[in-house]
Design a binder for this molecule. Structure first.
Ligand code: PLP
Length: 464
């Protein structure tokens, strides 16, 4: 029996591995840097095996096949499409809003060459980045002026920094929200240099709470959409229009962080609690901020709609340059707002809205179609369809449940956790959820065109 030292000495060198037939062939298509990295990783792996245990020295073929496996993992893109079978339409972990085709076409039209991003074609001189979309956003939201930054968190931060002037900002205790990813109103406030002035109680805040707190050091009255939670029972908050009149009486600016920012009337879905951006702007509030990629269904962005004097002041703040959006976002946003010029078209063409407005009948048909395709594949699993409920997600419409249809799978030979894991780790990952001891695929977020891929992925995952 050889000792460890001599086993280690026998490990093939990187050079020898590179000379193998398989690797030389691979090098014709794969960058050498990837192959080198994989070869070193493979050798290291075997070296550790020898040091830690009594593994025998592998032959070159064994190492080469490990190199090929590692290459498979490192030479592909890490960021890749997944099939969202969770039923959660605005899934922050899965990239929030899928974009309409027309929007992608516009992004590629602008991004593949030069554009008039900051060039005034009429005057032949430097132009303004945001000029391209101001009028369109104003028309659709009813705002007098607007500005766009990287996301709504940035929008809130920028507005507080530029408008509060380091003075006190009054917020209801019922609205001190934390959004996922460490966005907390009190922390953002601190960063912006403003002083948080909490008023009221967790469940109830009255107009007089705000009124009694206003003093010469007040800089802004802020309202924040509760977004991802609801307080129910004995509750009360002050509607934005009353805050606007209070602010007006004291010559103070007012702001509403709307979070999701819905442009479309959701009452046909039985949702009466979500104001549209237009409604909020109409209340006369000086600033309204909202996300581009929640209910709006567009790219990640933070939109600030407001009065021209205040927007002008914000535009001059140094943070505006720090938080400016690129041509991808601008071209995507222009195309999305263009779709909103026709609300019926928006309901049909913007994926987030199309999903939320899908009829129960259509969801049922889609679920049955998936179930029958799964059954036809002759899988060793029990497959059923059923009616269920899902949520919009992404911190939007927390109290609203949408009726949906699901397909549930109970494998015969493997555990549900194994099925979930294999689907998640598949080449084309399928993300679902486990509920009541079954694996659930939700028709709300599945496209009919994805049914084949799902069937194939489930089929491969069920093989023991
Ligand atoms: C989601 C949300 C934010 C953050 O918006 P992003 O676009 O995710 O940065 C801020 N405020 C509220 C109330 C929200 O719901």
């Amino acid at each position: 029996m050889k000792n460890k030292q001599s086993l280690l000495r026998d490990l093939p060198s990187v050079d020898r591995i590179l000379k193998s037939e398989t690797i030389r062939e691979k090098l014709e298509t794969c960058p050498k840097s990837f192959v080198l990295k994989a070869a070193r990783m493979a050798i290291d792996q075997f070296r550790c095996g020898i040091i830690e245990g009594d593994s025998p020295c592998p032959d070159t073929d064994e190492i080469v096949s490990t190199v090929m496996e590692i290459l498979q993992g490192i030479s592909g893109y890490n960021l890749k499409p997944v099939i969202n079978a969770t039923g959660v339409v605005i899934h922050t972990n899965l990239g929030r809003a899928p974009l309409p085709k027309a929007v992608l076409e516009n992004v590629s039209r602008i991004a593949e060459g030069y554009s008039n991003l900051e060039y005034d074609l009429g005057q032949g001189r430097r132009g303004k980045r945001y000029a391209h979309i101001k009028e369109l956003i104003n028309d659709i939201t009813g705002a007098e002026d607007c500005l766009v930054v990287n996301n709504n968190a940035a929008a809130v931060m920028l507005c507080l920094s530029a408008v509060s002037g380091g003075k006190e900002v009054i917020v209801s205790r019922g609205e001190l929200v934390e959004i996922g990813g460490a966005f907390r109103i009190p922390d953002v406030m601190l960063q912006s240099g403003a002083i948080l002035k909490e008023v009221g109680t967790t469940n109830k805040t009255h107009l007089f709470d705000y009124e009694n707190t206003i003093n010469e050091n007040t800089g802004l009255i802020l309202k924040v959409h509760q977004s991802n939670y609801r307080i129910s029972g004995f509750t009360g908050d002050v509607p934005v229009d009353r805050l606007v009149s209070l602010a007006g009486k004291h010559d103070l600016p007012s702001m509403y962080d709307l979070g999701s920012g819905c442009l479309i009337d959701l009452r046909p879905l039985g949702i009466n609690s979500e104001p549209t951006v237009r409604d909020v702007v109409k209340s006369g509030v000086d600033l309204t901020t909202f996300s581009g990629d929640k209910l709006l269904g567009g790219p990640q962005a933070g939109i600030i709609a407001g009065k021209p004097e205040i927007i002008g002041k914000i535009e001059k703040h140094p943070l505006t340059r720090v938080l400016r959006v690129d041509k991808f976002t601008l071209s995507a946003l222009e195309a999305v707002f263009m779709i909103y010029a026709d609300m019926d078209k928006a309901r049909k063409e913007i994926p987030v809205l199309r999903m939320l407005f899908t009829s129960e009948e259509a969801l049922k048909i889609r679920a049955r179609r998936l179930a029958s395709a799964l059954k036809k594949a002759g899988l060793r699993a029990d497959i059923r369809t059923g009616r269920a409920r899902t949520k919009a997600g992404g911190g939007s419409l927390p109290e609203c449940e949408f009726v949906t249809w699901t397909v549930s799978v109970l494998p015969e030979d493997i555990s549900i956790n194994t099925l979930e894991e294999r689907l998640r780790k598949a080449d084309s990952p399928v993300i679902g959820r486990i509920q009541n001891e079954r694996f659930i695929l939700d028709a709300m977020t599945i496209k009919t065109s994805q049914i084949n891929s799902i069937v194939n992925a489930v089929k491969r995952s069920l093989v023991d």
